[in-house]
Design a protein around this ligand. Structure first.
Ligand code: NAD
Length: 441
């Protein structure tokens, strides 16, 4: 079976390499020639553990190729995955579907092999698959049989290869048994390991993805709403999370209070879901997600407020080290990243911000070129009046007071991810603040 993957970003490049690893012949297609050039050389233009090795392996084996030319896959592919971006629309809160629409249209026009299946993987508003199904039927070439299915993706950046090769579930929305059977063939390896297989209609498949992200965002904002309370009345947010997390109906995962969620998925997906549901006339059903979003955004402001408190409300000209700029560890993705937002706010308030992130500096510098970027933790904290930890990379989680005390100008620390032992830092003479803990100065 020949497989094409349209869109070779975080999702598509991973999916293409993993399909090759499963034994298929794969072509990845993208409109970005630079991305295609570097992937064709076996190089990954972004950071994802384990993925460069997999891409190189299969570019070398000849099982994986990349092109900007859609017509190469039209006469060749049996299954075409659509993995292009669905970002937040500029100036609004809905999903921008122009990439999905353009990719589908150009793919359909290029397909000459009858019986091919187009499979959407991008995260889309409910109703998109049905609309694209009709578009495919209207625009397919004469004499060519074509169908469409939806197969949302749940991979986590940082664990993308593992999640693709060993998914915790597979969800497929199809309109015919033949389409489902073809997808069972694609995923035969995972099905052989009894991976749960959820076969359903288009609407459920689309909604499963956004429901999962809405739930995760809700869990994070739920604990962060309690963090707002413990910051005021006292109490320990981590103990509270542990205690409710012992109840396995609740679970401890995603209950870490801190500077909140970000990235290219959760924030835009909850906004797109609200927008879509409102378009459908259900103004109230997803209204709570607006509050989830607001709680999340308030956490960024709170981290900045903590920095101000530690510097006696005067940040102008003060050197502040910001540790971690990606939206989460093991990724170089800075889309809607809380750490970058915090760094930019401090910079805009007049601070001399020095950012260090193990993987994210390059992407962050494209967005905020005026912040200071340095290549090591030592450079960032050297002579700093304040250190702010915003992404919980292992390198930062392992920090001890002794590592920093001779480098900084003043022993002040905001741990905006609540990952360091506060008592130990305080005992070592640091003015140490976290989110979700009362700060007495
Ligand atoms: P991305 O921006 O990294 O990649 C999108 C790619 O699509 C880009 O390389 C872009 O050049 C390409 N593209 C745009 N228009 C095209 C066209 N007409 N033809 C061919 N290629 C085109 O985005 P991503 O993070 O990979 O996300 C893709 C989709 O997957 C989104 O809907 C996202 O919500 C979803 N998703 C992402 C993740 C994740 O962790 N990144 C996880 C699950 C689902």
């Amino acid at each position: 079976m020949n497989i094409s993957v349209i869109g070779t970003g975080y999702l598509g490049a991973t999916h293409a390499a993993c399909m090759a690893e499963l034994g298929f012949d794969v072509i990845g297609v993208d409109v970005d020639p630079e991305k295609i050039d570097s992937l064709s050389r076996g190089e990954l233009p972004f950071h994802e553990p384990g993925l460069p090795e997999l891409i190189r392996k299969h570019v070398d084996s000849g099982r994986l190729r990349f092109t900007t030319d859609m017509s190469e896959v039209g006469a060749w592919g049996d299954v075409h995955f659509i993995a292009v971006g669905t970002p937040q629309v500029k100036g609004g809160t809905g999903a921008d579907l122009t990439y999905v629409d353009a990719a589908t249209t150009s793919l359909v026009r290029s397909i000459t092999k009858s019986g091919a299946l187009i499979v959407g993987k991008s995260t889309v508003p409910v109703g998109t698959a049905a609309r694209l199904y009709d578009l495919v039927q209207q625009q397919k070439n004469p004499g060519v049989e074509l169908s469409l299915a939806w197969n949302p993706e749940f991979l986590r950046e940082g664990f993308a290869v593992e999640d693709t090769l060993r998914p915790d579930r597979l969800v497929v929305g199809t309109r015919t048994e033949a389409d489902e059977a073809k997808l069972r063939e694609v995923y035969a390896e995972a099905l052989g390991r009894d991976t749960p297989w959820v076969s359903t209609d288009f609407e459920t498949a689309e909604l499963v993805k956004v429901a999962a992200n809405a739930f995760l965002a809700t869990k994070i904002s739920f604990i962060n709403a309690f963090a707002e309370v413990t910051e005021t009345v006292g109490g320990d947010i981590s103990t509270l999370a542990d205690a409710i997390g012992f109840d396995d109906r609740i679970g401890r995962k995603f209950l870490n209070a801190g500077v909140g969620f970000g990235g290219g998925c959760l924030p835009k997906d909850i906004r797109a879901l609200q927008t879509r549901v409102a378009e459908l006339g259900l103004d109230h059903s997803m209204k709570f997600l607006d509050e989830i979003d607001q709680i999340n955004l308030r956490r960024r402001k709170k981290a900045v407020a903590r920095a101000f408190e530690l510097l006696d409300q005067d940040v102008v000209g003060k050197k502040i080290a910001v540790l971690g700029i990606t939206f989460k560890p093991l990724s170089d993705d800075v889309r809607d990243a809380p750490g970058l937002d915090v760094a930019a706010r401090l910079f805009n308030a007049g601070a001399d911000v020095q950012v260090y992130d193990p993987e994210g500096n390059k992407n962050a510098a494209k967005r905020y070129p005026r912040l200071g970027y340095v290549d090591s933790l030592t450079e960032a904290v050297k002579d700093a009046e304040l250190v702010v930890l915003t992404t919980e990379w292992n390198e930062f989680k392992a920090l001890t007071p002794a590592d920093l005390q001779d480098l900084v100008a003043a022993k002040r620390f905001v741990d905006a991810r609540n990952v360091l032992p506060a008592a130990e830092w305080e005992a070592a003479g640091w003015t140490f603040a976290q989110l979700g803990r009362k700060f007495n100065g």
